[in-house]
Write a protein that binds this ligand. Structure first.
Ligand code: FAD
Length: 562
């Protein structure tokens, strides 16, 4: 008999680690303990099952315990909870949840992949009927059954992270109008504020009510419905509530056996994914790893990193030497008809770590504009102010966002710079892209900034400008202005007239070219500076600006709300 490997948790990380372990060691004895009924189920598919997009419940079950035994000779014990670890004797204590029997198992090495549980703060009424959170198949069964049985009309989702947004979309599919209550002034903190603004606008267009900058105070049961009171004084009745206020690492086993935890309670692991005990590895949502680019500690609760860590931990637990280099947190989510994706760091993180960075904004078509169906995507790049090394990217749009974020994630992984993005030779034919792909366009713009060909001003610097020194030139045509209005106090000079009207400009002022997406602004900037004027192009133009303008309309300003 070979080495004895025990694995706690049988879903994303645990099941992958077990299968990998068998592939590299035919003689190892491998046992997986899973507290729930299912292993290797598709947690990421649960919101779509509730929304009836995924029709069959069975399609959520990627593998069954008996298949694991047949194919891999892995002993999978569902409804078995590991309740403690005795590190000195290298033993775990297990409870069979069906029979109540407890027993011990010895290990040579142990992999912990216990995941994270939905945070459910001790708020008044949180355990009332009709209030759900979503982590596993039984949770999705309960929500689906509630919707099927009661045909609710109005739901509240507490928390605007990706699970909350996916729930809002899938409840809408079932005819339920949703309100999202979010403590921050934006949904999905992966994105910077102005990019999240594009998501806010789309959610509102789809009939989702946003209550940002407000938080849950209490739930009360009232005439068969759930009353939600918020800290800002809002009080409304709903038929159903989903609490998606973040997650907490399942750290009880690790904590009780004295493994090192981070200040937020995640299990600390090294680059081999070993914990502070060299015979215990930990992976997935429960662990604190390193940021791929800067090396600071990060907690990434995503399936991709969990699966990759699983392979590495299995290698190391069976005597190989594999290294986990850290995570970029690459992320994508469907928001009704939008796709929102990010990779690497955002501005909040860069500021927190004192990194000197620049941001560029571009708006590009998903494919050639003359081929039907192109959709605009907003691309934000973050890069080192001196070297141009890529630090992060965020993209919001429709078609083609997924492939551009993956190109950028690959570029970040390869430690590339914005100058590399200029050079990338990407596949092109009109139905798929443009000869200058959105990734190239983002690279050109960012590289122009570093080469001194383009000076920009970003939306957050714009508000405080002294109008005696700065003048906005709105370069858009009359039709565009009729559709969206002109920037207050701006001079209107359509781009094609600019050269002929330069004598109207004052050389003591700084001009801010402003257009729809930033491209005409760049052309105007080049004209202005080559004629001796000071100029700073408004980065991303109106398409970026509008994401930041929605703020006032998003406050909880309905009757009954303070
Ligand atoms: P899990 O997959 O949660 O597995 C942990 C398992 O361990 C659980 O089944 C638990 O019962 C078991 N367990 C815990 N303690 C014990 C114990 N003591 N004994 C026995 N068993 C134990 N990620 C993405 O990248 N993209 C997405 O689109 C996405 N969508 C998601 C949607 C939803 C609704 C949810 C809930 C998550 C989503 N995720 C998504 C996150 C992704 O599912 C997790 O990052 C991933 O599952 C983490 O893997 P894990 O192995 O750490 O934990």
């Amino acid at each position: 008999m070979g080495l004895r490997l025990l694995i706690v948790g049988g879903v994303a990380g645990g099941a992958t680690a077990a299968a990998r372990a068998r592939r590299i060691d035919e003689n190892a004895e491998i046992i997986v303990f899973e507290r729930g009924e299912h292993i290797s189920f598709a947690n990421c598919g649960l919101p779509y099952y509730i929304g009836n997009v995924i029709k069959g419940r069975n399609s959520l079950l990627v593998t069954k315990p008996q298949d694991f035994m047949k194919r891999y000779r892995i002993d999978v014990r569902v409804f078995h909870e590991v309740t403690s670890i005795d590190r000195e004797n290298k033993q775990v204590k297990v409870t069979d949840l069906k029979s109540g029997r407890t027993y011990t198992e010895n290990y040579d090495n142990l992999i912990l992949s216990p995941g994270a549980e939905p945070a459910r703060p001790r708020i008044e009424g949180i355990d009332l009927e009709g209030i759900f959170s979503l982590r596993n198949i039984p949770d999705s069964d309960s929500i689906k059954a509630f919707v099927d049985r009661n045909s609710p009309r109005q739901a509240v989702v507490i928390g605007g992270g990706f699970i909350g947004i996916e729930m809002a979309e899938n409840l809408a599919r079932r005819g339920v109008r949703t309100t999202i209550v979010e403590m921050l002034d934006q949904v999905m903190p992966q994105f910077d504020y102005e990019m999240a603004g594009l998501i806010h606008a789309h959610l509102e267009d789809k009939g989702v009510t946003l209550m940002l900058g407000d938080s849950l105070k209490s739930f009360t049961f009232e005439e068969g419905r759930i009353r939600v009171d918020t800290t800002k004084g809002c009080s409304e009745l709903f038929d159903l509530a989903v609490v998606s206020m973040g997650i907490r690492p399942e750290n009880a086993l690790a904590r009780d056996t004295g493994l090192m935890l981070s200040d937020k309670g995640h299990i600390v692991v090294d680059s081999s994914l070993a914990t502070s005990d060299p015979h215990i590895y930990a992976i997935g949502d429960a662990v604190s790893t390193r940021d791929y680019l800067l090396g600071f500690p990060v907690n990434t609760a995503l399936a991709g990193p969990a699966n990759k860590q699983a392979r590495i931990a299995a290698d190391n637990a069976l005597g190989r030497k594999s290294v986990f280099k850290g995570t970029l947190g690459t992320f994508i989510v469907k928001v009704f008809d939008l796709t929102a994706a990010s990779t690497g760091m955002n501005e909040k993180t860069l500021k927190a770590h004192g990194v000197h960075y620049l941001a560029s904004y571009t708006h590009s078509g998903s494919h050639a504009s003359y081929y039907p169906g192109a959709e605009t995507m907003a691309v934000k790049l973050l890069f080192a102010a001196e070297s141009g090394k890529l630090l992060g990217a965020q993209i919001i749009g429709g078609e083609g966002v997924d492939k551009r974020i993956d190109v950028l994630a690959t570029a970040l992984h390869g430690n590339m710079s914005v100058f590399d993005l200029e050079e990338l030779e990407l596949a092109y034919a009109p139905p798929y892209s443009s000869a200058k792909d959105p990734v190239n366009m983002a690279g050109f713009t960012a590289a122009n900034m570093l080469k001194g060909d383009l000076m920009t001003i970003n939306w957050d610097e714009f508000e405080g400008l002294d109008p005696r020194e700065h003048v906005v030139i709105d370069l858009r045509n009359a039709e565009e202005l009729r559709a969206s209005g002109m920037v207050e106090g701006a001079l209107h000079i359509p781009l094609n007239d600019l050269r002929d009207r330069l004598d109207e400009l004052d050389r003591t002022k700084t001009y801010i070219p402003f257009c729809a997406a930033g491209l005409r602004g760049y052309i105007a900037h080049r004209i202005l500076v080559q004629h001796g004027f000071r100029s700073r192009n408004f980065s991303g133009g109106y398409l970026t600006y509008q994401g930041t303008r929605k703020k006032a309309g998003l406050k909880s300003d309905k009757p009954g709300c303070g």
